[in-house]
Design a protein around this ligand. Structure first.
Ligand code: PXP
Length: 236
């Protein structure tokens, strides 16, 4: 499995002081030099962590696979078409949420999502849809022409080590199998940490994990390089 490191939380820390440290570009560089397969950033409508300059700076000055997470808005589409990241992961976004709480409802807005991602696909950007592990969402995602889905692992992560773990894990496994049978590449992320990540190996053919909070949290104690390397050793 590949590892995309989500560096949003480095920006959150930087923004707490409104100055330049910790440096987001340097964080991205360390992740890549430590073996991460890509950098993931969520450019939110309110710019609460990552800012436009961060993503353009990474795109211009760091040779890495850049995955831009973004909401279905005209503004974000315009930015993506200028930035030309390697991949865009389309996510739902609510101002009040602390983090991306659920998957994108592709099922009830198939045509809208299809039209929204078409110009991105035309420019050669790979498009991923961040969805809950649900059969209808997988089938709808396939309909839109997206290349990938990213399965929201938040419910599984919260259920880990409880009686609900198996149920949540099976939703992920079945959704991944269905998506793969339709020709979609399957990624996963949200809430994964150094312990619950172990079961991702049971999902055959999983392509990439996008992990942020647990890696940046561990980096506070052991440094970013070792935090990335330790996660890589668990998922390879
Ligand atoms: N993937 C997507 C689409 C996300 O929105 C997020 C959170 O921003 C992540 C992965 C990473 O989640 P976490 O920070 O919990 O590892």
């Amino acid at each position: 499995m590949l590892l995309g490191v989500n560096i949003d939380h480095v920006a959150t820390l930087r923004n707490a002081r409104g100055e330049s440290e910790p440096n987001v570009f340097e964080a991205a560089q360390i992740c890549i030099n430590s073996g991460a397969n890509g950098i993931t950033t969520h450019l939110r409508e309110d710019r609460r962590h990552i800012k436009d300059d961060d993503v353009f700076n990474i795109r211009k000055n760091l040779d890495c696979k850049l995955n831009l997470e973004m909401a279905v808005t005209d503004e974000m589409q315009e930015i993506a078409l200028k930035l030309l990241p390697d991949a865009c992961c389309i996510v739902p976004e609510k101002r009040q949420e602390v983090t991306t709480e659920g998957g994108l409802d592709v099922f009830s807005q198939k045509e809208k999502i299809k039209n929204f991602i078409a110009p991105l696909l035309e420019k050669g950007i790979k498009v991923s849809l961040f969805i809950d592990p649900d059969e209808n969402q997988v089938i709808a995602s396939h309909y839109t022409g997206a290349n990938f889905i990213e399965l929201h692992t938040g419910a599984y992560s919260r259920a880990f080590n409880t009686e609900k773990e198996e149920q949540e894990f099976l939703k992920l496994k079945k959704s991944a199998e269905l998506a793969q049978s339709l020709g979609l590449t399957v990624n996963a992320g949200h809430g994964l940490n150094y312990i619950n990540v172990s079961r991702m190996h049971e999902i055959i053919g999983l392509n990439e994990l996008n992990i942020g909070h647990s890696i940046i949290s561990k980096a506070v104690f052991i440094g970013l390089k070792d935090a990335v390397k330790e996660m890589l050793s668990l998922i390879k």
